[in-house]
Ligand binder design. Structure first.
Ligand SMILES: C[S@@+](CC[C@H](N)C(=O)[O-])C[C@H]1O[C@@H](n2cnc3c(N)ncnc32)[C@H](O)[C@@H]1O
Length: 260
């Protein structure tokens, strides 16, 4: 399967989020997300690895023994391979495309499953967390960052819908739900100790910074890369993400759970 991210969108995202990242927050968020986790000696699955920025940090900065990155988009997987080699973590990483929602690994293969801003793109939350639990060994840990419905999602549904429409114009589709859907799916899949660290305020700040950059004097090169239409959609998407996060229509959370 090829990506929903075009070359231009990928370039635009990296210049906003950081090299190797297709999700907001990039390397700064990784430090926050990983601060309570020790990956020494771990085999980590990076589910929805995109172009490999997180996998590279997990294997490099955070000292995982090995990181396996998977993604439904073959072209992104190919980019991740090249990036990992260039970052000198080629021997500690491997990347492969996924054909379906089924993870092509034996039961209990991984110590840690890492997922950054991917599950909001997947409709079947129960199905994906059942697969995650299956490939985790007993005592293995899930760490999942994602955007979920905020407490005012229903009340502010128009603002929220406008943002989803703006993202669709930028080429991205979402299946947002309440946090309960994640905790319920983890519980049903046999993962306990579900804990949540709220990252909404920092994500709102990151979105606000994007808007300042996109509407400021230094946005010229990105404007050129994206072209008029995509650049306008990009400003709208960042502005609305900030609005949705700032008004509690949307939350951004870091979730952790342990396979029983
Ligand atoms: C917002 S990007 C995040 C990429 C990466 N985790 C990062 O933080 O840079 C979402 C990624 O999820 C991938 N994706 C979407 N649905 C997926 C699925 N069912 N299984 C695996 N990857 C998926 C997309 O191809 C894309 O690379």
């Amino acid at each position: 399967m090829s990506t929903q991210y075009t070359d231009r969108v990928i370039e635009g995202m990296q210049s906003l989020y950081g090299k190797g990242f297709l999700s907001p927050g990039g390397p700064d968020e990784m430090q926050v997300f990983l601060e309570c986790v020790d990956l020494t000696g771990c085999h980590v699955l990076d589910m929805g690895c995109g172009i490999g920025g997180a996998s590279i940090m997990l294997a490099g900065t955070f000292g995982a023994d090995h990181v396996t990155g998977v993604d439904i988009a073959n072209d992104l997987v190919e980019r991740a391979k090249v990036a990992a080699e260039a970052a000198d973590v080629g021997s500690k990483t491997s990347f492969q495309p996924l054909e379906t929602g089924v993870l092509p690994f034996d039961d209990g293969t991984f110590d840690v499953v890492f997922i950054k801003d991917v599950v909001c793109h997947i409709e079947d939350k129960n199905g994906i967390f059942a697969e995650v639990a299956r490939v985790l060994e007993t005592g293995g840990r899930l760490m999942c960052a994602d955007f979920v419905d905020g407490e005012r999602a229903d009340e502010l549904s128009q603002l929220y819908q406008d943002w989803i429409d703006a993202m669709a114009a930028y080429g991205l589709s979402f299946h947002f739900t309440k946090l309960d859907a994640y905790s319920g799916a983890c519980e049903a899949a046999g993962m306990g100790d579900f804990t949540v660290r709220d990252h909404t305020a920092l994500s709102a700040k990151a979105a606000e910074k994007e808007v300042t950059f996109l509407t400021g004097p230094d946005c010229g090169p990105l404007h050129e890369v994206l072209g008029e239409e995509k650049f306008a959609a990009r400003i709208q998407a960042s502005t609305m993400r900030f609005g949705a996060l700032d008004s509690a229509a949307l939350r951004h959370v870091h979730m952790y759970a342990t396979k029983r």
